[in-house]
Design a protein around this ligand. Structure first.
Ligand code: NI
Length: 185
């Protein structure tokens, strides 16, 4: 089922999400299926719980659509991260453009560390402790931010923030155009 994606300005996007009891979470598989379906429908590569109105620490990513000869590592990179904890962020800060399904039509360069280490549970309750680098580390950090009530626009330069101020103000008032199902304030 395609769920509405909550748009910038909705208070749920600013809450700190909570860890879940994945073994006893009602209909976890169905939730994950719905998150993927919602994400694919909106042509995104990641989606976090708060973006569909949940205060739960869960996000999904799928970089497969971006896999090509230059980036074979994206092939099959489809993962569910439950109760994730980033334990290390290392390497240089890289400035790369990002977008977000909750902020349609806005793309800005965001500084992020190039390498992370993350602990999480997968959809089967299996624990993982892994390192990611480059774009994979970036997408994970972006989704992880959503769990802490952060949006990528919080991390951009003051100048760029001023440039997109009116766009964000419109979103906060529910004035937004996009091709997928959304929920505004
Ligand atoms: Ni996002």
């Amino acid at each position: 089922m395609i769920l509405p994606i909550y748009i910038y300005g909705h208070p749920i996007l600013r809450k700190i999400a909570k860890n879940i009891d994945s073994a006893n979470y009602p209909n976890l598989k169905e939730l994950i299926d719905n998150m993927y379906e919602t994400m694919y429908n909106a042509e995104g590569v990641g989606l976090a719980g708060p973006q569909i109105g949940l205060e739960d620490r869960i996000f999904v990513v799928d970089l497969e659509p971006l896999a090509d000869d230059e980036h074979p590592e994206f092939k099959g990179f489809k993962k569910v991260f439950i109760n994730a904890e980033i334990t290390e962020r290392t390497g240089d800060l890289e400035l790369i453009e990002e977008g977000c399904l909750s902020i349609p039509g806005v793309h800005e360069k965001v500084p992020r560390e190039e390498r992370i280490r993350i602990k999480y549970l997968d959809e089967n309750g299996q624990a993982h402790d892994e390192e990611y680098v480059g774009y994979m580390a970036r997408v994970i950090q972006h989704e992880y931010d959503h769990l802490d009530g952060m949006m990528f626009t919080d991390r951009i330069s003051p100048l760029r923030k001023r440039m997109i101020k009116s766009k964000l103000a419109n979103m906060e008032k529910g004035k937004v155009n996009c091709h997928y199902r959304i929920k505004t304030v």
